[in-house]
Design a protein around this ligand. Structure first.
Ligand code: PEP
Ligand code: MN
Length: 443
């Protein structure tokens, strides 16, 4: 494939792109990005593709999650460790209680750009460009901060590199060893019902490990985990600049992350995002909201996975708790009837957002759980595989979503509302969710 094929998207409408004030600046930054080393290797992307093929066959379950929007300031050791710790805890709950191998994918190390429902934001009569993620502009409501700045693309690259380096060290350097199951729960156990429930499970795992060691079994898999990065590839100039030809195969990969996905707002069949994604060889996802027609889903499959390669394409449904049981069955049924190889995973966050009286954007944990339950019901009824969940969470004790073991009320939201975009589950709520999903998986 010639490199120019990677630029066919430039002739098509690209939704949600920043209005860069200075194209010359952008060109300079893109030229620099093109010289920088890959953040991930094509071989690792293929390995994830293999894991996603197992998910599509019904042999594994995906846990994909992290911030709605990462920030540059958030790329600290403590932050990344807390997020990973929570993800590892959720994964162990799913593996042990759900009895299923878990594919762990972070919304990390690149999740810096956000699609917005309105291009501008108005406060007290002042109108400024909307915040589009740290990759594009600043969160502060000032004209300087909100001006799109191409230099931020470079910062996004470096921040991704730092985060991925930490994630690799944590997951390969002993921290993810199964003998650490208790350590991940320290500072949490006594305070929360989910923490106590986890501690009980960790004790059972300890016993199982002691038994296996006594039998002489000490498998390599117990000491490290495979962890993958992902983000919404929204800003095409960035992801294009980080697309490289794999020296092994001569094929192009977006080496800014192992997996990239197309959001609900940019999945137009004749749009630039779908065109760009059709050219790269990573495992990819597409978000499907409640208005998606079966014809659109099939056309996306034909465009994005014409060879029906296993593990290549994942549909991430985000219907809303009230819609999932009506809107999802026809899609799944028609896709199955087409013979297409896809993995289905459930994003129970984005269809369940509402504004609390205080003005905070929030979600109810009960709605999140209900959408996941609906997703499982639909797949069980059709005999297809509920392949995973895609969530927004943080390892910190924020108060952004309501409900859960600590019963966060709408009036508590202001206590610790820190997200740069959508409301995230906190650590206790995330663990609660993992326990419930494990039960659904086994039933
Ligand atoms: C997101 O994942 O943060 C997002 C914007 O989702 P969606 O594209 O499903 O609306
Ligand atoms: Mn979001």
């Amino acid at each position: 494939m010639s490199v120019s094929n990677l630029d066919t998207w430039r002739d098509l409408p690209a939704a949600q792109q920043p209005d860069w004030p200075d194209r010359g600046e952008l060109d300079k930054v893109v030229a620099e990005l093109q010289t920088l080393p890959p953040l991930v290797f094509a071989g690792e992307c293929d390995q994830l593709k293999g894991a996603m093929a197992a998910v599509a066959r019904g042999e594994a379950f995906v846990l994909q999650g992290g911030d709605c929007a990462e920030t540059f300031a958030g790329a600290t050791a403590e932050n990344v460790r807390n997020k990973l710790k929570t993800l590892l805890q959720m994964a162990i709950v799913l593996t042990y209680a759900g009895r299923v191998p878990v594919v762990k994918i972070g919304r990390v190390a690149g999740q810096f750009a956000k699609p917005r429902s309105k291009p501008n934001e108005t406060r007290d009569g002042v109108e400024l460009p909307a915040y589009r993620g740290d990759m594009v502009n600043g969160f502060d409501f000032t004209p300087e901060a909100r001006r799109p700045d191409p230099a931020r693309l470079l910062r996004a690259y470096h921040s991704s590199a730092v985060t991925l380096n930490l994630a690799r060290a944590f997951t390969k350097g002993g921290y993810a060893d199964l003998r650490q199951v208790h350590a991940w729960n320290q500072d949490f156990v006594a305070e929360s019902p989910a923490g106590r429930r986890y501690e009980q499970l960790a004790r059972e795992i300890d016993q199982a490990l002691a038994f296996m060691r006594a039998c002489g079994a000490e498998p390599e898999e117990f000491h490290t985990v495979e962890f993958y990065s992902s983000h919404e590839a929204l800003i095409l100039d960035y992801d294009r600049a980080l697309t490289r030809i794999d020296s092994r195969t001569g094929l192009p990969y977006d080496v800014s992350a192992h997996m990239v996905w197309i959001g609900e707002r940019t999945r137009q069949l004749d749009g630039a995002h779908v065109e760009f994604f059709s050219r790269i060889r990573n495992p990819i996802g597409v978000k499907l909201g409640p208005t998606t027609t079966p014809e659109e889903a099939i056309a996306l499959i034909e465009k994005l996975n014409p060879d029906n390669e296993p593990g290549r394409l994942t549909f991430i449904s985000r219907m809303g708790a009230g819609r999932v049981r009506d809107a999802l069955p026809t899609l799944v049924e028609k896709v199955r009837a087409s013979g297409a190889n896809v993995a289905w995973i459930c994003d129970p966050m984005h269809g369940n957002t509402f504004e609390a009286p205080s003005g905070h954007k929030t979600r109810r944990l009960d709605d999140v759980l209900d959408e996941v339950a609906g997703f499982f019901e639909v797949h069980h009824a059709l005999g297809t595989h509920p392949g995973g969940i895609h969530i927004e969470f943080t390892g910190d004790d924020v108060t952004e979503c309501v409900g859960g073991g600590h019963e966060i009320a709408e009036s508590d939201l202001a206590l610790r509302y820190e997200t740069a975009c959508d409301p995230r589950l906190n650590r206790g709520q995330s663990l609660d969710l993992a326990f419930q999903v494990a039960e659904l998986y086994r039933s």
